[in-house]
Design a protein around this ligand. Structure first.
Ligand code: GLY
Length: 303
């Protein structure tokens, strides 16, 4: 038996929903081929997430949302449920596939978490191409950032002008607003191993240097063969405070199914004032996806 779930983020209704759903379907197919061919859960989740990092309407890799300074700072993590090996990277500016750097870190096994230029130095030394940060920014993200700037500038003007500009900014709101569009995958392979991977541009207009939940093991990403695997999406700060993935895995470990685990983890997220969603696979290959937001893009397959 094997199983795979992918998500393209939880959030508000988005004009890009169809493209995001299509990207999830392609990522599922890509990861599924690996599992169906006897490949590992780890290979499957990394391949699925890499594909979604290339999708411009998703908030990861190419198409990530921008900081308040108009820059990209990407976070990603991957975890293998077998021996709980993990790799996490944050504040990445020049890698199109941060999840691949996280995987390299996991393989090396020396450190779990690297941030900033150190990630790029590490990845480049292992053959990953460094790109110009500007090539990760889509025109839609640039426009959304400019609208946000105009709204901020207007806040020193007349009240009527503020209202008009804010409403324009809302119209141009990009799919990465409030963390939506983060991507992730969880898998269960024929060897009964689980894995999880998550990648994100974070939240629009974040302070430079801010790190969200996605690369935090136990918050946005977690895998353990004795329980299951989780990838979360939504309000990063609240997901960290609620330790969402950790809560879900504790429930799974107690023998309860993935739907209930997702429900309890989201209740904890709500309790600390956050919104979001998560995907779960348990140690038997059973899957669940749940969210407190109006929508979450996801897809799953089991056999
Ligand atoms: N959930 C993505 C973030 O807050 O960074």
């Amino acid at each position: 038996m094997h199983a795979l779930v992918v998500h393209g983020g939880a959030g508000i209704a988005s004009g890009a929903a169809k493209a995001q759903q299509r990207a999830c379907a392609l990522a599922l197919e890509c990861g599924w081929k690996i599992l169906a061919g006897g490949g590992s859960a780890l290979d499957s989740v990394v391949a699925a997430v890499e594909l979604m990092e290339d999708e411009p309407t998703l908030n990861a890799g190419y198409g990530s949302c921008l900081t308040e300074d108009g820059t990209v700072e990407l976070d990603a993590a991957v975890m293998d449920g077998c021996e709980r090996r993990a790799g996490a990277v944050a504040l990445v500016r020049r890698l199109r596939h941060p999840v691949r750097a996280a995987r390299l870190l996991l393989e090396e096994g020396r450190h779990v978490f690297l941030a900033g230029e150190a990630v790029e130095t590490f990845a480049a030394a292992r053959g990953m191409p460094l790109v110009d940060s500007a090539t990760l920014v889509t025109p839609a993200r640039r426009d959304a950032w400019a609208a946000r700037q105009r709204a901020a500038d207007a806040s020193v003007g007349e009240a009527a002008s503020i209202d008009a500009t804010l409403s324009e900014a809302a119209d141009e709101r990009d799919p990465g607003e409030d963390g939506a569009g983060t991507v992730g995958a969880v898998a269960f392979d024929v060897g009964c191993h689980v894995a999880a991977a998550t990648s994100t541009g974070g939240i629009s207009g974040k302070r430079a240097g801010r790190i969200g939940d996605s690369p935090i093991i136990g918050a946005g990403t977690l895998a353990d063969d004795r329980a299951g695997a989780v990838s979360a999406t939504g309000d990063g700060e609240a997901i960290i405070r609620a330790t969402v993935a950790s809560v879900a895995l504790e429930i799974l470990r107690s023998g309860v199914g993935p739907e209930r685990a997702a429900e309890v983890a989201l209740a904890e997220l709500t309790r600390v004032g956050g919104t979001g969603g998560l995907i779960v696979v348990d140690r038997f290959g059973r899957v669940a996806a749940a969210h407190t937001t109006p929508r979450m893009t996801w897809a799953s397959r089991c056999a």
